[in-house]
Write a protein of this length. Structure first.
Length: 281
């Protein structure tokens, strides 16, 4: 009887110990998981702080017009935290200043994916497409943004600017005079040994700008200016044809005047000579 009671006591004690160990093990496991979650949260917070610090440095570089450094810092911020749409937007702005429009467009699209309700992402996309002269796509991007933010002033101004640029491009394509005096004219003059020194002359450059802005109006007076006449003859097909026609007309008039002058001189000579005398007595 006594052995049975001792065995029962051992059994009860072992059961109690097993329950106690189970309860202890049960308490220990959640504690480990909690510590692991805390460490992950701390690491995430640390990464976000590093990302914000890199972004702040990028903003300073962008304001100082150090665009390469700005791109570098924004890239570091994205490496720490790629979920912030503002990092992509800021880097797109830096790429725009570097005239790297393809990468600016990629960052603008990434910004829109992360936050489709943010108007500036569409503004960045429209500006990049505008700079690439993809005017229809730029106009569509601005209107997508206006669908999200109807009152955004930058998006409205973007629509105005891109349609203005599109209209200017169409008018230039339809106007051969504008094509003749287009943006490549200065590059052609820079290669001309007779005119390249004129690029440092303010009056000459002012005339060129007037010629490019309103070629039809300037054509009426350009041939009275020797420098503009050389520009028109040597560097534009339209001006060259007009100059050749004008020169041919001047030559014809001069030839006619010379013929008339010769005829008058011959008539005067005959009149002064009088009647011919007979050589024989």
């Amino acid at each position: 009887m006594r052995s049975k009671s001792i065995a029962a006591a051992d059994l009860n004690s072992s059961g109690t110990e097993s329950k106690r160990s189970a309860s202890v093990s049960g308490e220990t496991r959640p504690a480990k998981q909690s510590c692991k979650g805390d460490s992950q949260t701390a690491a995430s917070d640390k990464a976000k702080m590093a990302a914000e610090a890199a972004k702040a440095e990028g903003n300073k570089a962008l304001q100082a017009k150090n665009y390469d450094e700005a791109v570098k810092k924004y890239t570091e911020a994205i490496a720490f935290d790629a979920t912030q749409h503002t990092y992509f937007s800021n880097r797109a702005a830096a790429y725009m200043q570097l005239k790297d429009y393809e990468r600016a467009l990629q960052d603008a699209e990434s910004c829109i994916k992360l936050n489709p309700t943010w108007a500036k992402g569409y503004s960045r996309k429209g500006a990049a497409l505008h700079a690439m002269k993809k005017y229809d796509q730029a106009d569509a991007a601005y209107h997508e943004g206006l669908a999200v933010a109807p009152g955004d002033a930058s998006l409205k101004q973007g629509v105005v600017d891109v349609n203005k640029a599109k209209g200017a491009q169409q008018s230039q394509q339809n106007n051969p005079m504008a094509q003749a005096f287009g943006p490549n004219l200065i590059a052609k003059i820079a290669q001309d040994p007779n005119l390249r020194h004129k690029l440092g002359d303010e009056q000459f450059m002012m005339k060129l700008k007037l010629l490019q802005s309103n070629p039809q109006q300037m054509m009426s007076t350009m041939f009275q200016d020797p420098d503009m006449r050389v520009v028109g003859v040597c560097h534009t097909g339209v001006a060259s044809r007009r100059w050749r026609r004008a020169r041919a007309m001047r030559l014809r008039c001069r030839h006619r005047r010379e013929q008339e002058s010769d005829a008058r001189a011959e008539k005067l000579t005959r009149t002064n000579a009088g009647p011919r005398s007979c050589p024989w007595p």
